[in-house]
Design a protein around this ligand. Structure first.
Ligand code: GLA
Length: 355
């Protein structure tokens, strides 16, 4: 049995906050290219409880991981989950807020390594708890920006802002259409008559060990060679012909993916939205090369189903989950059916949404 805050620390928490994971429907690997994204919150959340520490150390507990870390507020970054907590605390402290040592207990329903932004959910939940306990003047965008800095500076992933904006501003019932350059955003309804299905492939990945940072460097190099600030500034894939072949493929994914998000955000029907998702998967697989055989198999099984409008890998790739847009009311049944076919091929996946 996981121990409560009281059992762990001998006092009741003084602030409690939570934040959701997210699933991205379209707009993958576009956010660090100043592009467009379309994520949605998932029902799974991360919860953080907090109180003042009785001594001069920060004390962190993650019961579901069976980990406890005691940490100097001004000291080296601890490993594992504590890096995110220490990172958020340090950034807020550096920002000028007087934050004494704290006790923190975290628990999360957001699966780790599935491409559903468990780390952003954790960062945003920590910052929300800090905001509540210390009455910090932080709006939701500022929370997202601090959370992104924690990820970059303390977890070593040179990520964009999508995940943290989604954890801070998205809900389960809308898609968050976000321009990652200006942070202009709108909440949009899902296509009529459709719902989301999210399946974990059972193949985990760690972003900091994956090709993520390398892809980012490739995109920046392509933008530099094209003489634009970011690949967002290329509107026509025809402009990429001058690039070396591999960089042209990477850039083509980003440019076409932005076009897909912009089209979807205009309000297309479920059938067209699904088509755009299928194209997105193909582009991630063939041009951006971040898919793996298990994800391709799962997507192929999903795409073969009559009631599935479209399917693709979601998140950074290299493992993790797939998202499908399916006929309303069909999610659970389809998910179980596809997971059976997946198991027949020797793979073990899980149904994450609907819950
Ligand atoms: C990870 C990053 C995001 C984004 C996606 C890919 O989730 O944290 O910023 O780049 O990968 O779309």
């Amino acid at each position: 049995m996981p121990r409560s805050f009281l059992e762990l620390f001998g006092v009741e928490p003084k602030a409690v906050a939570q934040a959701p994971g997210r699933v991205n429907l379209l707009g993958e690997h576009t956010d660090y290219n100043d592009g467009f994204v379309l994520p949605c919150a998932i029902p799974q959340k991360t919860r953080v409880e907090m109180a003042l520490s009785p001594d001069r150390l920060d004390h962190f507990a993650a019961e579901d991981l069976g980990q406890r870390v005691d940490c100097e507020p001004v000291g080296p970054t601890p490993p594992g989950f504590a890096a995110y907590l220490h990172g958020c605390l340090t950034l807020v402290r550096q920002g000028g807020a007087v934050i004494p040592p704290v006790l923190m207990r975290v628990d999360s329903q957001v699966p780790m390594g599935s491409g559903l932004s468990s780390s952003a959910a954790l960062e945003v939940a920590v910052l929300r708890a800090l905001r509540e306990l210390f009455h910090l003047d932080l709006d939701d965008v500022r929370v997202a920006r601090l959370a992104q800095r924690a990820e970059i500076e303390y977890a070593g992933v040179n990520c964009g802002i999508m995940d943290q904006m989604a954890a801070s501003l998205a809900d389960e019932h809308h898609m968050l259409f976000l321009d990652t350059r200006t942070l202009e955003r709108r909440l949009l309804p899902l296509p009529e008559g459709a719902e989301l299905l999210v399946l974990d492939s059972g193949v985990p990945r760690r972003l900091e060990e994956s090709g993520y940072n390398e892809r980012r460097r490739e995109c920046e190099e392509a933008a530099r060679l094209l003489g634009v600030a970011a690949l967002r500034d290329v509107g026509d894939p025809g402009e990429l012909a001058a690039l070396p072949e591999e960089l042209a493929k990477r850039a083509r994914h980003v440019v076409t993916e932005n076009l897909r998000v912009l089209e979807a955000a205009q309000g297309v029907d479920a059938r067209r939205f699904g088509e755009l998702m299928n194209f997105s998967h193909r582009s991630l697989r063939d041009d951006f090369e971040v898919s793996i055989p298990a994800l391709n198999l799962m997507v192929q099984l999903l795409q073969g189903e009559e009631e599935v409008f479209g399917a693709r890998l979601t998140g950074a790739g290299f493992g993790g989950a797939c998202v499908a847009l399916v006929r309303e009311g069909w999610g659970t049944q389809l998910g179980e059916w596809v997971l059976d076919r997946y198991r027949e091929k020797g793979q073990l996946g899980t149904l994450l949404v609907p819950r």
